[in-house]
Design a protein around this ligand. Structure first.
Ligand code: IVH
Length: 714
């Protein structure tokens, strides 16, 4: 017989206990729905509290009755050490933006062209408010909330299930029936304005820092390791779609889909509306703009979505945004303030950025004290001088900008013009400005302390070496305490275990995890490592091209500008940056190659001159579709075009928008467009969906991660 924590013996629940607990769960969940989702309570709070207390007592007497979706289980479980990673089966995309009616008209024209609609045929859209909250994905398995995740980088997010369970407008179990076995709901977690104000009053009363805006407070609330802290923030949720709309039976439009979600107990905004054509969209925008202040939560615009799901599928997506949806943003807010001074900051790649220090001004929902001035040319063009009254603009999460000077004639006649310093303000090394470029850069490379921190942060970031746990604060401490001066030192931290554990916010477990994460980064493929080095102008794509062209790091390091410029997609500017980087950072790069060596195997040295074991470089990849150019047309049945693109790219292939002589394969789905004819004319190989799958699976069978010694260019 199970014993309760006090040691007393509990008896198993009787049939009537079981019945009553189920009844209470059902009743309480129903009233939660009335209260938190429909905003229309049906019983008094005291009555609700009585039911709740009865269920708590029953579950306390018989712990086996406290099933996971019991409403009593929303209070928040034990704190976590860290969030697990969740891979989004269907990437979470973002939205293309328009800022005025002509942007909306362009979007509508593109939609009609792609759908081949005739003159006068209007598109049916669903118009929604654009909530300024935090995007989340909720996966329901068998109708029960199984996993909740943040958007993250769109492909991988954080598992925030424990926190999301405390949000009462999110059902733990779906109501009714007819939902798919696995349902992914997407929506926005937000903090209503009245709760935001109350939260800040409480912060003030406790002498703690206030939150800058509801969005930040919501984001912070979701990322609490202790779910009880999330609960006290009293976040809310609206759903606005599904990751896999096709998997929902009986929904042929987006509107149907939202209706189903509503029937399953999910909270859908009452401002969702079906509209027709551009004029319907603009009318909706104006109406919402007029009501914006009375909504009770922050929105930053409206969203239009093509209503028919089959049309959405035909339209597909381009680089991270669907072609069937558009965010029509409210204008960015502007305010006038005084420019108190101009500081110069040094970024990761050594670029010097002038930053405006401003008299604090409230704009776009936050108090702004700094704004970017971009570079010397921008300052000269706008003729901004210290002491001027300036217009500052802030839109969404974008860094505030100084737009222009108000009444420049009113300034003192001797107000000096801004000049970029000739030496790096952090390390004193000379600065240079490469011809034809706006940026001025510090020449000390990774020798400059400001660049060091940024370089280490970038090196550790997700898309680079993905060293979990090596966050901003920790990098600051590691550099300031001189445990780490360069990226190579990261691989020598093992001996400083105790010192690290003693750092602020660290402990033995987090140190162990950190060292394991660093260790795990030793065998990553060459393109990731190259990208992680943070060479100016070398993003992931360029890093991939360089790796494929040269195969081994030492060859890239030895290549001169002319050889570098031969690489596909690498122009003279990038070539100059790459050559200059290896010139300036030769020692650090050599050092990291040795320090990060995965296993101390003796190897021959093809490059004996400087003693680097290039064969022991961290990781490498054979990219099976490297150099192959694909074009996609028509509708694929088993995957979206976006998925297809992602899978091709994951194997090193490239997907472009139009067929040319350089195209290797045209993938033709159902009802292909004119691209098919063009491909046939140019004798480009045409694959159907099955052919593509074949290619993907045979290519994927090739090992994709090996040591660099096995890395062979095509
Ligand atoms: S649809 C593929 N609908 O805006 C479609 N997003 O800027 C992507 N957002 O990441 C989302 N309100 O977090 C959609 N009614 C709405 C929205 C909305 C707010 C957010 C969402 C998305 C971001 C894109």
């Amino acid at each position: 017989m199970p014993a309760d924590p006090g040691g007393a013996v509990t008896r198993p629940p009787s049939a009537s206990d079981l019945r009553r607990a189920a009844e209470l769960r059902e009743t309480i969940s129903r009233h939660d729905h009335f209260y938190h989702v429909l905003d229309a309570p049906e019983i008094a709070d005291a009555e609700y509290d009585r039911l709740f207390a009865e269920l708590v007592a029953l579950e306390a007497a018989h712990p086996e009755l406290a099933v996971p979706d019991s409403p009593t289980r929303r209070v928040g479980g034990a704190p976590l050490d860290a969030f697990d990673e969740v891979v989004h089966e269907v990437p979470m995309l973002s939205l293309a933006n328009a800022f005025d009616a002509s942007g909306v008209a362009d979007f509508d024209r593109r939609v009609r062209e792609r759908l081949e609609l005739g003159e006068g045929e209007e598109v049916e859209y669903v118009a929604e408010t654009k909530l300024d909250g935090i995007a989340v994905s909720l996966r329901y398995e068998g109708g029960r909330l199984a996993v909740a995740a943040t958007r993250g980088d769109g492909t991988r997010g954080e598992d925030i299930t424990a926190n999301v369970r405390t949000i009462r407008s999110i059902p733990l179990a779906l109501a009714g029936g007819g939902y798919p076995e696995s349902l992914e709901v997407r929506g926005e977690v937000y903090l209503p304005l009245d709760r935001f104000e109350r939260l800040n009053e409480e912060q003030r009363a406790r002498g703690e820092r206030e939150f800058v805006n509801p969005r930040n407070a919501a984001a912070g609330g979701l990322r609490q390791l202790d779910p009880r802290a999330t609960r006290t923030r009293r976040l809310m949720f609206f759903c606005h779609g599904s990751g896999d709309a096709a998997g929902i039976p009986s929904a042929s439009t987006h509107r149907d889909l939202l209706r189903r979600m509503d029937e399953w107990g999910l909270r859908v905004s009452s401002d969702v509306r079906v509209v027709h054509g551009v004029s319907g969209c603009i009318e909706y925008y104006r109406e919402i703009e007029a009501r914006r202040e009375s909504l009770g939560y922050q929105i930053d615009g409206v969203v239009y979505k093509v209503n028919r799901l089959d049309e959405q599928r035909r339209l597909g997506a381009v680089s991270r945004a669907p072609r069937w949806a558009l965010a029509h943003k409210f204008p960015a807010e502007e305010a006038v303030t005084t420019l108190l001074g101009i500081d110069v900051q040094v970024g990761r790649t050594g670029s010097l950025t002038p930053v405006a220090r401003l008299e604090p001004v409230f704009v776009g929902g936050v108090t702004v004290t700094n704004a970017t001035l971009h570079n010397q040319d921008e300052i000269a063009r706008k003729d901004v001088r210290v002491g001027d009254r300036v217009v500052v603009r802030r839109a969404g999460d974008v860094i505030p900008q100084v737009l222009r000077v108000v009444d420049p004639e009113k300034r003192a006649p001797d107000a000096p013009r801004f000049e970029m310093p000739e030496a790096c303000p952090v390390c004193g090394a000379p600065v240079v400005r490469i011809e034809g470029q706006a940026a001025t850069r510090c020449t000390a490379g990774l020798g400059c302390p400001a660049q060091r921190k940024e370089a280490i942060r970038h090196f550790a970031s997700r898309r680079a070496m993905d060293i979990e746990g090596l966050g901003e604060k920790l990098v600051d401490q590691l550099v300031e305490k001189r445990f780490v001066a360069t990226i190579a030192d990261l691989y020598r931290l093992e001996g400083r275990r105790d010192d690290i554990a003693a750092l602020e916010r660290m402990g033995e477990l987090s140190t162990k995890n950190l060292l394991e994460a660093i260790d795990g980064s030793r065998d990553l493929p060459l393109p990731r490592f190259l990208y992680a080095l943070g060479i100016p102008e070398v993003g992931e794509a360029t890093a991939g091209s360089l790796a494929r062209h040269f195969g081994k790091l030492f060859r890239i390091r030895e290549a001169d500008e002319a050889a570098l410029a031969e690489v596909r997609d690498v122009g003279p500017i990038v070539a100059a940056h790459v050559a200059a980087f290896f010139e300036a950072n030769r020692e650090v790069v050599d050092d990291v190659m040795v320090a990060a060596r995965p296993t101390p195997v003796p190897v021959e040295r093809p490059d004996a001159e400087d003693g680097v074991d290039v064969a022991a470089e961290p990781g490498g990849a054979t990219a099976p579709l490297a150099g192959k150019v694909f074009v996609l047309t028509g509708t694929l049945s088993g995957m979206t075009r976006d998925d297809a693109k992602a899978r091709i790219e994951a194997l090193g292939g490239k997907v472009t928008g139009s067929v040319s002589r350089k195209t290797d394969y045209l993938v033709a789905g159902e009802s292909p467009g004119s691209k098919l004819k063009k491909a046939q004319d140019l004798e480009v190989a045409v694959l159907d969906e099955e052919g593509l799958l074949d290619k993907l699976s045979t290519s994927a069978a090739t090992p994709s991660t090996t040591a660099i010694r096995d890395y062979t260019p095509e």
